[in-house]
Write a protein that binds this ligand. Structure first.
Ligand SMILES: [Zn+2]
Length: 197
């Protein structure tokens, strides 16, 4: 059997995005990064009113806001005066963080989100897709069972729904929580491997 050795120490940071997977493109509303030096979330501005989309896209937008991540399509402030980076600039935003954090020894970004694969490839950023089964990283659902899911960052303005049976809040997806939990999981994995070697 071939043994694949994966060096997680090459990862300088974990990144994630949340947004709207519309017919023409994925529109980013939240970007988050977690590393040893920095943990941050960034809101982005699509700068296009949601009513200018097709009826199908409008349904996707409403569904994602209500049930998936609680992010409204438009920023809280008027789009023209919300001094947020444009959603289309997600590639250069990631590149800026990457150049600030990466070192020759830790030259890769880790991600667990298929929307990031294309963005990272366009920017020529070395990366590790943690969805690849060779890395044996559990699903986000399982990782949240370990570290909890009882918070999200301040960008999610929609009131979360409650489970009709238990009355408990159903947490929204949050890029900030996701990268924090993934980074914590990887750190614990590294410590376990070091103690075994
Ligand atoms: Zn968030």
């Amino acid at each position: 059997m071939m043994i694949i050795i994966v060096n997680m120490n090459e990862i300088c940071a974990i990144i994630d995005v949340q947004g709207f997977n519309l017919e023409e493109k994925f529109v980013v509303r939240e970007f988050a990064i977690c590393s040893d030096a920095l943990t941050q979330t960034q809101e982005l501005n699509p700068n296009k009113h949601w009513k200018n989309y097709s009826p199908k896209d409008q349904e996707i937008i409403k569904h994602c806001t209500k049930f998936v991540h609680g992010l409204y399509y438009c920023p809280f402030n008027d789009m023209e005066y919300a001094f947020l980076p444009h959603s289309d600039n997600i590639g250069s935003i990631i590149k800026t963080y990457y150049e600030m954090i990466a070192t020759p020894e830790k030259a890769k970004l880790g991600f667990k989100n298929q929307f990031l694969r294309k963005i990272l490839a366009e920017q020529n950023i070395p990366s590790i897709d943690l969805d690849n089964p060779i890395y044996e990283i559990p699903s986000i659902k399982i990782i949240e069972q370990i570290f909890g899911n009882n918070y999200h960052c301040g960008i999610h303005n929609k009131r979360p729904l409650r489970d009709p049976d238990t009355g408990k809040i159903i947490p929204f997806r949050c890029a900030y929580r996701k990268v924090s939990n993934l980074w914590r999981f990887l750190k614990n994995k590294q410590l376990e491997e070091m103690s075994q070697s």
